[in-house]
Design a protein around this ligand. Structure first.
Ligand SMILES: [Zn+2]
Length: 373
């Protein structure tokens, strides 16, 4: 570690101390982090200058004398944008350094592999920025989440089947987006956002129940991609030999039984309507939902047998799952060879708004916080 690393390290430590405590004085920081007062002062000045913390508050000095200045974090000092491209929608989100959603937009737009579509992506990003009159200097970057097998490091889609995007590079998607960009697999992005918001969970399997079924394995807070970059593509876990046809060409894949459209197709593509009509007593929908949960329970049990870690049920359907966890626990437990209760490891997702775009945006937040420049 050289002198530059130590400086970075102290800066990050001080920033995180203030972030975790919400309000901290110079003396608290020096004492708790065992740093000298001049070191703390120098870093505080830097962080104030960068706009990352505020020195506006004062705390009462109980011992009498002057009230010391207290520093507090400024969550929207920097922001990141997430862009989620699906078959039928373009979704954009802006999050701050605490992961708070500052704005969320979505536009119904059928995906096309055309330059006009790429222009639209650029317009959607500018629209959401303008809608909250965001200072563009605050933007860390735009995380672009797409379906398909994505090589995140090299920034291209290795294989796209849900939409026609095989071989497309990050530079293409961001052709009309004048900010740093990165390309992320959609399910990985949503799994990442869940782990980010659940600090006490470090290992988990995230099931994404969206227009297609996907997932991500998170080990030590990091997404495990696998050598072929398709780890956790549980949509193609064979559920019923010779069962329903899957979009991948095979038969009986989990996707053909548990994607969100399986439910939404009963209510004109409106998933919210599916759940509200079912709640109002629609018996046909109740049977559909019960069968859906039966299939999902098989997959959850398989995942638990493979990984033995926390399983998070997420995606569009996961956002409605909280009310139905007891039924799901029962169904999963009936398939378990062990006496453990799935209540101990199975949880619904926390993220209800748009976990994919949020996770894509949080990629830039994470990078920034890892090493505050
Ligand atoms: Zn399949």
């Amino acid at each position: 570690m050289n002198i530059f690393d130590i400086k970075q390290n102290n800066r990050n430590k001080i920033y995180f101390y203030i972030r975790n405590s919400g309000l901290a004085t110079r003396q608290d920081i020096a004492y708790d982090l065992q740093l000298s007062l001049p070191t703390v002062t120098q870093n505080l000045e830097y962080l104030v200058q960068q706009g990352l913390i505020s020195s506006a508050s004062k705390v009462v000095n109980k011992a009498g004398g002057r009230n010391p200045i207290a520093y507090s974090p400024i969550a929207d000092a920097k922001v990141a944008i997430g862009l989620h491209i699906t078959r039928h929608h373009i979704k954009t989100i802006i999050v701050d350094l605490d992961g708070n959603v500052l704005k969320y937009n979505y536009k119904r737009q059928v995906y096309e592999r055309t330059d006009e579509y790429l222009k639209l992506l650029g317009e959607e990003v500018e629209t959401i920025i303008d809608s909250i009159q965001l200072d563009r200097k605050k933007i860390l970057g735009v995380g672009i989440a797409v379906p398909g097998i994505v090589n995140h490091e090299e920034g291209y889609v290795v294989q796209g089947r849900v939409i026609d995007n095989t071989g497309m590079k990050c530079e293409e998607f961001s052709k009309y987006i004048p900010y740093p960009s990165t390309l992320i697999h959609d399910s990985y992005a949503s799994g990442f956002s869940e782990i980010w918001m659940t600090p006490d969970i470090h290992n988990a399997f995230y099931i994404s129940l969206c227009d297609s079924v996907g997932g991500s394995v998170l080990l030590n807070d990091k997404v495990y991609m696998g050598d072929g970059l398709y780890s956790s593509e549980i949509g193609h876990l064979n559920l019923i030999p010779n069962g329903r046809k899957c979009y991948c060409g095979q038969k009986g894949c989990l996707d053909a039984y548990c994607n969100a459209e399986i439910l939404a197709d009963y209510t004109d593509g409106d998933l919210k309507a599916f759940f509200s009509q079912m709640e109002q007593g629609d018996e046909k929908l109740q049977i559909v939902w019960d069968e859906y949960l039966d299939h999902l329970a098989v997959a959850i049990n398989d995942i638990r047998m493979l990984f033995g870690c926390t399983v998070i049920v997420g995606g569009y359907v996961g956002a409605y799952m909280k009310e139905y966890m007891d039924i799901l626990y029962e169904k999963v437990d009936s398939k378990s060879p062990f006496s453990e209760s799935s209540e101990s490891y199975l949880i619904p997702c926390k993220n209800k708004i748009e976990s994919v775009a949020t996770g894509a945006a949080l990629y830039f937040v994470e990078e920034f916080l890892k090493d505050i420049p």
